[in-house]
Design a protein around this ligand. Structure first.
Ligand SMILES: [Zn+2]
Length: 310
C-alpha cells in the first residue's frame, strides 16, 4: 500500500496544449499512461490532492477505472513541446514556455493512451490550512513537475494524526455506488478531447448550459450520452457544465425538463438556496435536447419515487 501526491487541474494542470484533465475534486482524479507512476497507483492507496500552493484534501482510492483512448495534443511549431500557454490579450495567441516562441497556430497530434480515473470520493476529507505544501514536500519523491509523486506513507500518517484527520483504514471497495452504472456513464468526461472542447466553445462560447457565463477554468466539456459506449466525441450531445453543476448532473440531482426546457432541481437540494434558485431557469434549446430528455427521464423519475416512499 502506498501514498501519493496528486496534482489536480484546479490551478496547475490547465495548459493550452491539451484540454485540461477532467478531474472532479473530492470525487475522482484523471490521468493517463503518459504520466509517471500511472501503473503504480492502486485501489487502497492514500492520496493527497493538491495544487502547487494548496492542499485540497486527503482520501483513499476506492477503485481505478481504465479505458483506451486517444489523446489530442497541441504542440509548439518550433520545438514540438506541449508546454505553451494562451495569452489573454496580446497576439500572437500562444507563448511556448520551453523555447519562448510566439505563435497563433499549434501543431495537432494524436496519441494512443490508456486513460485512468482514480475514484476516491468515499473517504474524501477536505483540508483547510491544517497541512501546507511545505509540510508535505519533505515526504515526496520525484520531480515537482510530476502530476503523481510518491509520498512516504508513515510520514503522511503522522502528519494526519498531528492534525487529527482520520481516514478510514480500509478501502471502501463495496461502497454503495451513488454514481454507479448507467447514470455515471451518461455524463462521462474524458481527456484527450481538445477538439471536442473547442467545438463546444465555438458553438456556445464559455457558457455553462445551466448557469450561463463562467470562467473557462470551471467549465467541463460534458458528454450527455455514454462516451464509454460510443467512443465518439459527438458535439451534438455535448455541453459545457460548470464543475459543481456537472457533478450534480452526474449524480442525477439536477436535470432539464425537455418539455419546458427549464432546470429542475432534486428535492434533496431544497435547503441549498443557490441551487434551488436554478429551479425553473430557462435553458436554450439545442441539438442536445434528446440526450437531456433521456437524462431527465432517468433522474427525475427517481425523485418522484423518493417522495412517494417518504
Ligand atoms: Zn517551443
Amino acid at each position: 500500500m502506498h501514498a501519493w501526491s496528486l496534482l489536480s487541474n484546479m490551478e496547475d494542470r490547465f495548459y493550452a496544449s491539451n484540454e485540461g484533465y477532467p478531474d472532479s475534486l473530492g470525487f475522482h482524479y484523471a490521468y493517463d499512461s503518459g504520466v509517471a507512476n500511472h501503473l503504480r497507483v492502486a485501489a487502497g492507496d492514500l492520496v493527497v490532492v493538491r495544487s502547487s500552493r494548496t492542499i485540497y484534501g486527503v482520501s483513499r482510492i476506492d477503485a481505478i477505472d481504465k479505458a483506451e483512448g486517444i489523446k489530442v495534443r497541441f504542440r509548439c511549431p518550433q520545438c514540438q513541446r506541449t508546454d505553451f500557454v494562451e495569452r489573454k490579450v496580446e497576439k500572437p495567441t500562444y507563448l511556448c514556455r520551453s523555447c519562448r516562441h510566439l505563435f497563433d497556430a499549434s501543431i495537432r497530434s494524436e496519441e494512443r493512451v490508456m486513460q485512468y480515473t482514480a475514484n476516491y470520493g468515499a473517504s474524501w476529507r477536505v483540508l483547510g490550512d491544517e497541512i501546507s505544501v511545505d509540510d508535505l514536500e519533505p515526504l515526496l519523491s520525484g520531480s515537482k513537475q510530476n502530476a503523481i509523486r510518491g509520498c512516504k506513507i508513515d510520514g503522511l500518517k503522522l502528519l494526519l494524526e498531528r492534525e487529527h484527520v482520520c481516514i478510514v483504514t480500509e478501502p471502501n471497495l463495496d461502497r454503495p455506488r451513488l454514481v454507479g452504472g448507467h447514470r455515471e456513464a451518461l455524463v462521462r468526461v474524458r481527456n484527450g478531447q481538445a477538439g471536442f472542447r473547442e467545438e463546444l466553445r465555438r458553438r456556445y462560447g464559455w457558457n455553462c448550459l445551466i448557469t450561463g457565463s463562467c470562467p473557462e477554468d470551471v467549465l467541463e466539456a460534458a458528454h450527455l450520452r455514454a462516451f464509454a459506449v460510443h467512443a465518439t466525441h459527438n458535439p451534438d450531445e455535448g455541453v459545457f457544465l460548470r464543475a459543481d453543476i456537472h457533478r450534480l448532473f452526474d449524480r442525477g440531482l439536477v436535470a432539464v425538463d425537455p418539455k419546458t426546457m427549464t432546470v429542475v432541481v432534486a428535492p434533496k437540494l431544497a435547503r441549498f438556496s443557490d441551487y434551488q434558485a436554478l429551479q425553473g431557469k430557462s435553458v436554450a434549446p439545442g441539438p442536445y435536447i434528446s440526450a437531456l430528455a433521456d437524462h431527465h427521464r432517468e433522474t427525475a423519475s427517481a425523485w418522484v419515487t423518493e417522495m412517494t416512499s417518504a
